[in-house]
Write a new protein. Structure first.
Length: 280
């Protein structure tokens, strides 16, 4: 079947392209320049669409960069939903990225949660609402609330490993903030599972055992056999990233209740297993 992936050149997108291609599917990639033209030809005949477009969330959140964060998500999603609306033969499903930043700090699942009343929480909510517009034309919408994605050769882990390999890693602040994550293989398997099961709605793409920043630090140190005694002060991150530091200094423990209730089996349930697979 034909699968269309926007943001296909990124860390997650490139992995998904390879994953579904190995299963024998036709992969069509949508890049930044494609959004400048008519997307219908790319989307025609697609079984489902995966939207991963969005500027990096970790950065200094100036007012200008906030506009970039919004437009790179809302604008591209709207162009995709408009193009799908114009198709005669519409895709069966639309998978759209979101994030656990949707939730406030604390413990959350898809049924029992508190939404974050801040820039990131509101951005995720608006992003999901834009994606859900395809439901009115008979397309299943799946909002994927990603935790930190852990995999080889990219993502947040690739930025952390050089420091930890030098023995200069450490927890951020108190280290007590929740850290919700998912292994890249489980992420891909979950998309396939949800599609084949005919499910829709919001799903937490997070492992069943979230940890803390200190737990992540400990797992990295043990896997790499390096000390982790150099904590990063929160004020230093606030100086560097301003409001955007909250992505690093805050955190939630987010549970994948809908996936577990549907019978999905995670290959990597614990942070130790995920780090051992990707960091060594």
């Amino acid at each position: 079947m034909k699968i269309v992936i926007s943001g296909a050149s990124g860390f997650v997108g490139s992995f998904l392209c390879e994953y579904f291609a190995k299963l024998g599917h036709e992969i069509v990639k949508i890049g930044v320049k494609d959004f400048e033209g008519d997307l219908r030809a790319k989307l025609e005949g697609a079984e489902f669409v995966i939207n991963l477009c969005g500027a990096p969330i970790i950065g200094r959140w100036s007012e200008e960069y906030k506009k970039t964060l919004v437009s790179s998500r809302m604008g591209t999603t709207k162009k995709l939903t408009d193009a799908m609306t114009a198709l005669e033969q519409k895709p069966n499903a639309f998978f759209c990225a979101s994030a656990v930043g949707y939730y406030a700090e604390g413990e959350n699942d898809e049924f029992s949660y508190k939404k974050a009343d801040d820039f990131l929480g509101n951005l995720c909510e608006n992003w999901e609402n834009e994606a859900k517009k395809v439901e009115s034309i008979g397309i299943r919408c799946i909002n994927m609330r990603f935790g930190i994605v852990i995999g080889k050769n990219g993502g947040a882990l690739s930025q952390m490993l050089p420091i930890f390999r030098l023995g200069l890693g450490g927890k951020i602040g108190s280290g007590k903030q929740g850290f919700s994550w998912i292994h890249l293989s489980d992420l891909a398997n979950a998309i396939e599972f949800i599609y084949e099961k005919g499910l829709d709605g919001a799903f937490n793409f997070t492992a069943p055992y979230p940890t803390t920043n200190a737990g992540l630090t400990k797992a990295l140190g043990e896997a790499l056999h390096r000390p982790t005694v150099f904590p990063v002060p929160e004020f230093a991150l606030r100086l560097l990233y301003s409001e955007g530091a909250k992505v690093l200094t805050g955190g939630q423990k987010v549970y994948p209740k809908r996936l577990l209730d549907a019978g999905f089996v995670f290959e990597y349930e614990t942070i130790d297993a995920a780090i051992k697979d990707t960091a060594v």
